[in-house]
Design a protein around this ligand. Structure first.
Ligand SMILES: [Zn+2]
Length: 220
């Protein structure tokens, strides 16, 4: 149960997700900065573009008025003068618009490039979140089934032995009992002294000695 619980919080996908999120947070910061560099140029470009449109409309109106006008020469001269002035302003505005467009394009490119770089990571991130959720559900099911079989096994163990087991488990963690393999406690991996090993071998079948090191019950 401890192993499964640990596995649940130490999935390789969790580590990958953490690394990926650091990377994505870095890209997000870059994106915000690039957007910050883009925004003022974009807004200036939009303003100038609107102004060019307004001047162009005004020039067209003046053209039309001049073409169909029946006004006298003096009035026509005033209209003509305004038209020339509007066309000068329009030409300046369009120059400025072009300058801003040239500034705008690399900044837009920068924003797009960051978004493109982040795209595979964003996709992988949602995949990982999905995979982690599914694995954790599987491990939770395994934990439920382990708990159930533990309860069944607990019912078959004598109360005093169970109490000793629980004390050893609380002290050693991961398990409250261990086998002796080649003279070593399989729980803490330490070798029993020759005296302890003899005592272990000569104990009655239904008695359990504690590992002198870790306190786990040594299984015959
Ligand atoms: Zn031990």
């Amino acid at each position: 149960m401890d192993r499964v619980s640990t596995q649940k919080t130490h999935l390789p996908e969790i580590a990958e997700l953490a690394t990926l999120e650091v990377e994505l947070r870095g890209l997000l910061k870059d994106l915000r900065e690039a957007e910050g560099r883009l925004a003022p140029v974009k807004s200036a470009y939009d303003d100038v573009s609107r102004e060019s449109k307004r001047l162009k409309n005004r020039a067209n109106d003046l053209d039309a008025t001049l073409a169909s006008s029946t006004a006298n020469a003096r009035e026509l001269a005033v209209l003509q003068k305004e038209l020339t002035h509007v066309r000068d302003l329009l030409s300046e505005s369009e120059d400025r618009e072009l300058e801003l467009l040239l500034e705008l394009e690399p900044r837009e490119g920068e924003v797009e490039s960051i978004k493109r770089r982040a795209q595979p990571g964003v996709g992988r991130r949602s995949e990982l979140i999905d995979v982690i959720a599914k694995l954790q559900i599987t491990l939770d099911d395994e934990l439920v089934s382990l708990r159930r079989s533990r309860e069944e096994l607990v019912g078959a163990v004598a109360a005093n032995l169970l109490a000793r087991y629980d004390v050893a488990l609380a002290r050693a963690g991961t398990s409250g009992a261990a086998q002796v393999l080649e003279g070593r406690c399989d729980g803490c991996r330490l070798a029993l002294s020759p005296l302890d090993h003899d005592r272990f071998k000569s104990q009655a079948l239904d008695t359990f000695m504690d590992c002198p090191e870790c306190g786990r019950l040594l299984l015959p």
